[in-house]
Design a protein around this ligand. Structure first.
Ligand SMILES: NC(=O)C1=CN([C@@H]2O[C@H](COP(=O)(O)OP(=O)(O)OC[C@H]3O[C@@H](n4cnc5c(N)ncnc54)[C@H](OP(=O)(O)O)[C@@H]3O)[C@@H](O)[C@H]2O)C=CC1
Ligand SMILES: Nc1nc(=O)c2c([nH]1)NC[C@@H]1CN(c3ccc(C(=O)N[C@@H](CCC(=O)O)C(=O)O)cc3)C=[N+]21
Length: 308
């Protein structure tokens, strides 16, 4: 608590995501009843990255909850780019698969851009294909990257109209920062994108009504970088040693965000926790995108999930 006794309210991403998964499941059930189509997702993992393991475990549970089909293709580190491309070609041609997700990062000997751009854009439920990036940039309907889509849904549910708010997006990756900025612009925010060459990050961040942190640096954003009352969305998922020195010595870890939560919670108006904030929304949006792709594959307009 601060001297003023104020404390940010927590944005319950986990709870919001659970509700979204239920709404997607109900819509998918209606799609199946009306058209006999069960949305199908294929996840391809090459090698054994720890972040990918967490993601795939959670995704499997949520996909089952939503009554959708989920196939996981686990390939060894030694898989060649040609082998991966031929699996993608088979999934592109498979009418029972509406969504394809290739877990990142890929091993260094594989060109990730070439692989992502081999996915049929209409099955690209990650929204990483250059065609979907282009659709987002010019305002055409398409598949939007799950993490920024989840952040945008949380912000609209919390704040309503975002028009005229100053949003600072920390990070400019193709999978989080850039599409996040596009979505905020589409909601009529005034958007600043910051990155590793940005001068005086603390002052810039202090001018933000909405601060989205997606840098991959544990607890980089400090309490005094935040405008009092601002809304803070922490995208970071960083594994750091456990607080307990004995556990840490044994290799124990905990997950923290890109924001120093204990400091930020005393200054911000609203904030997402890590875990339990943006992460679960990413998975819920993956299911929503898979449902939408299944609808469009048979020429049906997907039910929207914008509302609460
Ligand atoms: N919750 C979820 O569902 C997801 C969480 N994540 C997490 O989000 C975070 C970001 O992921 P991602 O976008 O893939 O990361 P990238 O590493 O691809 O991008 C990081 C961005 O942060 C910028 N950056 C790095 N260090 C600094 C610094 N010291 N000061 C200012 N800017 C900096 C980089 O700038 P520059 O471009 O100049 O190098 C870059 O634009 C990670 O913690 C990741 O684990 C990612 C995906 C999903
Ligand atoms: N093609 C591709 N698409 C991705 O979207 C993608 C990817 N590759 N590679 C890895 C990153 C990371 N990512 C996460 C998603 C959800 C949680 C998540 O659900 N986190 C929970 C649990 C965290 C914990 O307790 O460890 C939470 O934040 O509450 C984490 C990480 C998706 N990614």
């Amino acid at each position: 608590m601060t001297a003023k006794g104020t404390q940010a309210s927590l944005i319950d991403g986990k709870g919001f995501a659970a509700g979204l998964v239920q709404r997607v499941a109900a819509a998918a059930e209606r799609l199946q009843q009306a058209h006999g189509v069960q949305p199908g997702l294929a996840v391809v993992i090459v090698g054994d990255d720890p972040a990918s393991r967490i993601y795939v475990r959670n995704k499997g549970e949520r996909t089952r909850e939503a009554g959708m089909r989920s196939d996981t293709h686990t390939l060894p580190d030694t898989t060649t780019q040609a082998e991966l491309l031929s699996l993608i070609a088979a999934l592109n041609a498979d009418a029972a698969i509406h969504g394809i997700l290739v877990q990142l990062p890929l091993p260094a000997h594989i060109n990730a851009t070439a692989v992502l751009d081999a996915i049929d854009p209409d099955k690209d439920v990650d929204g990483f294909h250059v065609v979907n990036a282009g659709r987002l940039a010019v305002g055409l309907p398409g598949l939007v990257p799950c993490t920024p889509l989840g952040c945008s849904l949380l912000l609209k549910a919390e704040l309503g109209d975002l028009s005229g708010l100053h949003a600072v997006v920390l990070g400019r990756s193709n999978i989080v920062g850039k599409p996040m900025a596009q979505l905020l612009l589409a909601e009529n925010c005034t958007v600043t994108i910051a990155h590793s060459r940005t001068a005086d990050l603390p002052s810039l961040c202090r001018s933000a009504d909405i601060l989205v942190a997606a840098v991959g640096r544990p607890e980089m954003v400090r309490g005094d970088w935040i405008k009092p009352g601002a809304t803070v969305i922490d995208v970071g998922i960083n594994r750091v040693p456990s607080r307990d020195p004995l556990k840490a010595a044994a290799g124990g870890t905990r997950v923290v965000g890109d924001v120093a939560f204990d400091e930020a919670v005393a200054v911000a108006g609203r904030i997402t926790p890590v875990p339990g904030g943006v992460g679960p929304m990413t998975i819920a949006c993956l299911l929503a995108n898979t449902y939408a792709a299944a609808c469009r594959s048979i020429g049906v307009a997907p039910e929207p999930f914008d509302g609460a």
